[in-house]
Design a protein around this ligand. Structure first.
Ligand code: ATP
Length: 324
């Protein structure tokens, strides 16, 4: 199993945990009735990582996150945050985690401010400090001006931002977000992205789940591809692309009815007005095509190496396409 490793400054908490990992998840298994939701999920994170769980609905992302927060108990395996066990030391672990669940949980009739007061007290933040922190999180989420309005008047995106604000009140070291951009407007989405980048730059470790490839590409320095209850591949985007991404060359020559033949081509496919030639040896194939172009006097409109995509990585490691 690949270990996710990122070099970041040590904190008092990491020094107390193993090997500088703040989070160590080992062999998680979980079944609901007859459905095996998780099978042997293992990963470790160093502080400051922005870690993305990419997978389709039902892959097991939410279940993994809920086990980290202590909401769900695993059948076997362990999750330790700063050496504290998520299942048996839930209160200690909760102090470190800000959790933004998939479903928005707010009191519609209360104002944004009142909602945050409620959540802050639940986290044990009180009095002047709570006021100060509510101001801080409202400013961060761009909702200071709407603080006193009832949440029922908010858009889905604004509600989601308040939900994130609530998870930040106790200044967590690990922020877990479960598909936070589903069904929200682009403005809120951009705001959430900026906020996550800012928090991560300030040292907050992020776990972000999504079924949108472009989100993990934009936000995460480590990606775990999850499908059918297990992590199929894990690592930095560049490493995943290099290791599993499909390399190809795109060739467009008007009137070329058949794809060129070469032992370096594994699959040829018509794409647009040209041919997509999949290969493990793009340089050798390129040389061959340049020779062919010259010998056959092709009128080449386009000839280029196609960068492997995360989509092709997903296809390779899971055997299926990730549909949005
Ligand atoms: N409370 C539950 N009772 C029964 N089955 C459940 C429960 N929660 C999750 N499951 C099942 O466990 C599997 C993993 O679900 P999970 O919610 O962890 O996946 P996910 O990747 O987060 O997908 P989604 O985005 O749909 O939440 C799915 O087959 C799901 O139907």
């Amino acid at each position: 199993m690949v270990q996710v490793t990122i070099n970041s400054p040590q904190t008092a908490e990491t020094a107390a945990s193993n090997n500088g990992y703040m989070l160590e998840v080992k062999g998680l298994r979980k079944a609901y009735a007859k459905k095996q939701a998780l099978e042997n999920v293992t990963f470790s994170l160093k502080p400051g990582t922005s870690f993305g769980f990419l997978g389709p609905n039902g892959a097991g992302k939410s279940t993994t996150m809920k086990i980290l927060t202590g909401i769900v108990k695993a059948d076997s395996g362990t999750a330790k945050l700063f050496g504290k066990d998520a299942a048996s030391e839930t209160d200690a672990v909760a102090k470190y985690i800000g959790y933004v669940p998939q479903d928005i949980t707010l009191y519609e009739k209360l104002s944004a401010y009142q909602n945050l007061e409620f959540f802050g007290e639940a986290y044990g933040v009180k009095g002047k400090e709570l006021k100060h922190r509510i101001h801080e999180v409202l400013a961060r989420t761009g909702l200071l001006e709407r603080a006193n309005e009832a949440v029922s008047t908010f858009s889905g995106g604004m509600k989601r931002r308040i939900n994130i604000a609530a998870a930040l009140l106790h200044r967590p070291k690990l922020l877990i977000l479960d598909e936070p951009t589903v069904g929200i407007d682009p403005q809120s989405r951009n705001h959430i992205f900026e906020m996550i980048r800012e928090l991560n730059a300030e040292g907050v470790t992020i776990i972000y789940s999504t079924h949108y490839m472009e989100e993990v590409e934009a936000l995460c320095d480590e990606i775990a591809i999850m499908d059918q209850g297990s992590i199929k591949a894990m690592g930095p985007l560049g490493t995943l692309l290099e290791q599993y991404g499909q390399k190809a060359i795109y060739l467009e020559v008007p009137g070329l009815a058949e794809p060129p033949r070469d032992s370096n081509i594994t699959v040829s496919r018509k794409e647009g007005s040209g041919w997509l030639l999949e290969t493990e040896q793009p340089s050798a194939l390129m040389q061959h095509l340049l020779r062919e172009a010259s010998q056959q006097a092709w009128d080449v409109k386009q000839l280029e190496i196609v960068r492997p995509s995360l989509e092709s990585v997903f296809l390779k490691v899971t055997g299926t396409a990730l549909r949005d």
